[in-house]
Ligand binder design. Sequence first.
Ligand code: SPV
Ligand code: MG
Length: 294
Amino acid sequence: FTSAASKSARMRKLLDSPGLSFLMEAHNGLSARIVQDVGFAGIWASGFSISTALGVRDSNEISAGEVLDAVGYMADATTIPIMVDGDTGYGNFNNARRFVRQLCRLDVSAVCIEDKLFPKTNSFIGDEQPLADVDEFCGKIAACKDSQTDGDFSVIARVEALVSGRGLAEALDRGEAYRRAGADAVFIHSKSKDGKEILAFAEEWARRCPLVITPTTYHAVGVEAFERAGVSTLIWANQNMRASVQAMRDVSRAVFENNRLSDVEPALAPVKEIFDFLDYAELDEAGRRYLPAG
Ligand code: SPV
Ligand code: MG
């Protein structure tokens, strides 16, 4: 079916609309479909989650091509827009802009590029991580914007200055430079527990362009505070992947220890429900239409 607005136009609207919008993490076709099915308007294709689901570290151990494979399954399984975690762009401006062209081909709606160095590592590891040179990063953002083949595709510049202990002033300077370089939104990241530095940033930022956050560590702060401070889009960044780790470990352990299924079965999605969820009935119907009768 066709939807009135393209996926990328809908993602742009989520970013630009005055109220707070939410993106939920997914890392493969199944999780993306679940996120859509429960009602989210958009998906965060998390680098941490995609890597973890493949059994490797969030340290650029998987290639850009492998990220594109994962995102391709997610895009095929859904009709809602996807924002891809593009890490640092897998190299310099040239690698980043090629990644953007490939995302546009997959009908993916947005990419987030962070101002760290390749190979990056997860923001919650260690105290301080080296940051990209501001001018070099601005060139990378501009190259991404100049290379998108879908006019409504969004490039989000992620500021790691707070995570790296550089303080609010440098975070604001970097955000402003990236906005001027053409970023459609700025993602300010933080590993604080109380979210105060995020609220301070948002108030100083004063909606210069859409602001994106992910309250993984400061999850105790209610979302209303972020909306009041002018945040545009909130990403729930890794909860589906972490839920699956816990659920798979619990089930595997119980089956291993007890050699029976009766105690785990109530916690499992019924097989029939999975057939319904992925619309196996459609395949039967298509078979009647396309296979020779008899
Ligand atoms: C991710 O989900 O991969 C992110 C967000 O980049 S974080 O892990 O919080 O850095
Ligand atoms: Mg990431």
